[in-house]
Design a protein around this ligand. Structure first.
Ligand code: UT7
Length: 404
């Protein structure tokens, strides 16, 4: 079992001087309790094989500088497919009912990709909205983090999103895979890039299409999941304005048996000769199995670990529970959300929930719910949000953030 702690502390203003551009991180001590403990030099660039389509020079470093920064959440956006699948729709294909699903989970509808929909397009739409709210041009984005376990390219979708957004200066773009904890992991990674790497504007996208990996004959899982995308724009700011107060991250591979979608190997017959030579290709074929879940165990894990993690993040931030304006959990099951809120003594009116309309959208659920809460005027600039993701891996983690 591994864990990581929030390390943030006010940084030291004398570190503002610029350093010579260099390629790669060659010494990274990041932060000590009294500020930066060692120098961090960093640069990033995405290089095409010959010439970048945007015309940017492959050797041009995007953001090479030494930093002393805070970071804040300045924009959000979301997108969901148009096809709505209700509990009654599901009751036509598996032995279930609207009553069972809504009582046990709180879910009434979910959105599912269909036709020519693509997850990448949803992610681009969510990211565009976040940029518009933040009033940041695509050309000013330094980094795109696509948090997803269901990319449309096995090698990652983030560079495609960078391209579709029209980021002509080729910001770094890569995927983060951490299932339903992906967005929190992405948020913390973005903060590290801003604080330690000199990045200015980082897009953190949470997007998943678990409908592609659901066994639609398994009533224990197919009722839970939906598809969507959400995004936030995290921006560098003075350390005094810092809006990511603390975090607390964990993983436990032993719990993977309770929730997974592993590679299935289909061994081919007669492909290896008696002398070990290959007689046929491919020697074996692989594909992903559908989601396998022990719902009761995942439920217990969430209700036990999430309150502990949020409590730990609050302590690192030096904040009492009463300072939480909003509790924003991964939207997996209303009973999990209620149980965590009860343990943390957060009253229902300060709990954000929209899973009735979308189901569990994995890495998208937190930014999707945040976006709705911001646009509806619930979450206002200056509000403190305790957020937590949890799920396959197992992974879980929380962050205490300020909106705006
Ligand atoms: O991002 C994290 C992803 N995963 C989760 O968040 C999962 C967390 N777990 C859960 O949300 C819940 O465990 C479920 C909603 C999946 C299941 O709820 P439960 O209260 O734990 O039900 P259960 O699995 O104990 O099943 C109770 C009964 C069983 O019947 P018997 O054995 O008592 O006769 C199930 O076969 O309910 C039955 N059942 C259903 N009945 C109608 C299970 N699924 C259904 C269904 N409709 N869809």
């Amino acid at each position: 079992m591994a864990n990581a702690s929030g390390f943030f502390s006010p940084s030291v203003s004398s570190w503002r001087r610029r350093m010579q551009p260099q390629i790669g991180i060659y010494r990274s001590g990041l932060l000590s309790p009294d500020g930066f403990s060692s120098r961090v030099f960093c640069s990033s660039t995405i290089q095409g094989p010959e010439k970048l389509s945007s015309g940017a020079s492959p050797s041009e470093s995007r953001v090479p500088r030494l930093v002393n920064k805070g970071c804040k959440l300045v924009g959000c956006g979301s997108a969901a497919p148009t096809l709505k699948v209700s509990n009654d729709d599901l009751a036509k294909i598996v032995d279930t009912s609207d009553e069972w699903i809504s009582v046990r989970t709180g879910i009434r509808n979910r959105r599912v990709l269909s036709g020519k929909d693509s997850l990448t397009a949803l992610a681009v739409e969510a990211a565009r909205k976040a940029l518009e709210m933040a009033r940041v041009e695509p050309d000013d984005v330094d980094l795109v983090l696509m948090c997803t376990s269901t990319p449309e390219d096995l090698f990652g979708s983030a560079p495609q999103i960078q391209k579709a957004l029209g980021c002509k200066r080729n910001p770094l773009a890569y995927d983060i895979t951490a299932a339903c904890s992906g967005f929190v992991l992405g948020l913390v990674s973005a903060a590290c890039h801003i604080r330690g790497g000199g990045f200015q504007n980082v897009l953190v996208i949470g997007a998943d299409s678990l409908s592609r990996y659901v066994d639609w004959t398994d009533r224990g899982t197919c009722i839970l999941f939906g598809d969507a995308a959400g995004a936030v724009l995290l921006q560098a700011c003075d350390s005094e304005e810092d809006g990511l107060f603390s975090f607390d991250l964990h993983s436990d591979g032993d719990g993977q048996r309770h929730l997974n979608a592993t590679v299935k190997q289909n061994e081919m017959n007669d492909v290896v000769g008696s002398n070990g030579s290959v007689l046929g290709f491919p020697p074996r074929q692989s594909s992903y199995s559908c989601i396998q879940m022990n719902g009761k165990e995942v439920f217990r894990f969430a209700v036990r670990c999430v309150p502990q993690s949020i409590q730990s993040a609050l302590e690192k931030a030096g904040l009492p529970r009463s300072s939480i304006d909003w509790l924003l959990l991964h939207q997996a099951n209303q009973r999990i959300i209620d149980a965590v809120a009860t343990r943390l003594e957060v009253p229902p009116e300060r709990v954000i929930s929209n899973l009735a309309n979308y189901g569990n959208t994995s890495a998208a659920s937190i930014p999707l719910a945040l976006d709705e809460a911001v646009r509806s005027g619930k979450v206002k600039a200056g509000h403190t949000i305790a957020t937590a993701g949890f799920g396959a891996g197992l992974t879980w983690g929380s962050a205490i953030v300020r909106w705006g």
